[in-house]
Design a protein. Sequence first.
Length: 359
Amino acid sequence: MKAEILIIGGGVIGLTSAQSLLLSGYRVTLVERGTIGLEASWAGGGILSPLCPWDYREAVTRLALRGMDMFSEAAALLHAATGIDPEYRRSGMLLLPPFQQELAEHWCAQHRFALHRVKLADHLPVRHGRQYQGKGLLLPDIAQVRNPRLLQALSEHVRMLGGVIHEHQEVHGFELTGDRIAWLQTAHGKLDADIYIVAAGAWSKALLGEHALGVDIRPIKGQILLFKFDAPPFRQILLKENLYFIPRRDGHVLVGSTLEDVGFDKSATVEARESLLQRVLEIFPDWGDHVPARHWAGSRPGSPDNIPTIGRHPHLTNLYINSGHFRYGVTMSLASAELLRNEIKGEPQPFPVDEYRWH
C-alpha cells in the first residue's frame, strides 16, 4: 500500500490533487475548513485561459496551456463517471477594442494559438437598432466551465475513487518531529498521515505560519454580477480590457470582476456593483432594463506575477504545497495536480518547474 496523503483545502486545487493521487493508487484524505468547493473556486467565472495570455510571464502561460489542453478529456470523463456535467464548452473569447494587436498576434503565432481578426457586427447583438462597428480579436479555442458543477463532479469523483472528505474541520496547526510533520491539530482532534499537502488557497500562508518561508499568498477579493436572459445574448466570452462577460447555455451571463486587496473581507459592496454596472451599460446600453439576478464576492489566492507555488517544503520532508494560483486556479488545476503528483512520485516533469518551487 502506498503512502497515506492528507490534503488541506477543498477547492478545485485540493480536489484535482486528490483525484490525481487517488488515480495513482494513493490513499487520500481531504480536510476543508468550511463546505467543500464553496470558496474562490465556486465564486470564479470558469474561463479556461488567462484573460490575455500575452500579458503574463511564461511560467503562467506554460502551466495554463497544459491545463487547458487537459480539460476537454477530463471534463468528459468526469461527466461519464459521475453523471454531473461540468458544462465544458469551447465557446471562444472575443476581445473588444482597445487591445494590443501586434503583441497578441506575435504571442499566438509563437504558441500556435488560433487568433482571428473579425467584424464585431458578426458576433454581437444589435443595440438600439444599430450594429456594432469595428473589429475585434477572436480566440476561438478558449473554453469555459461552470465552476459549481465542476466542483460537484470533482468531489463526487474523489469519493467514488475512495477518497475521504472531512468538511467543517479547520486545521489549527502542525506538530513536528524532527524534519517531518507528525500530525495536524484540527477542530475535531488530531489527524496524521505520511504526506501533507497544503492547498488552502488564500488561507495557505496563514495556515503555514512560521513554516511558510518564501510563500507569498494573500487574499484578493473579486466581485461578480450575474444576469439572466431567456437565451444567451452572444456565444463567445467577451473581454473589454479587464471586464469579462461569460455566457452560459441557459441564458445566464456572468460579468466581472474586481481586484481588491482588502484582506479576508468577502462582502459584496454597493460600490463594486455600481462600478461594474456602469461599465456594462457603456458596452450594452440595452441592458439598463435588466437587474442583476445575483452579486457575490470571493477571496482569490493572490501571488506575485500570478505564479503558484507547487512542490515540497525546503526543510520539512513530508510537507508539500499546491497554492497561489490567483485568478487561474481552475485553468491551471489539472496541470498543477500533475506537477505535484510527479514530484511526490519522483517522476519526470513535462516542462521546467523551477519557477513554481517552494523557496
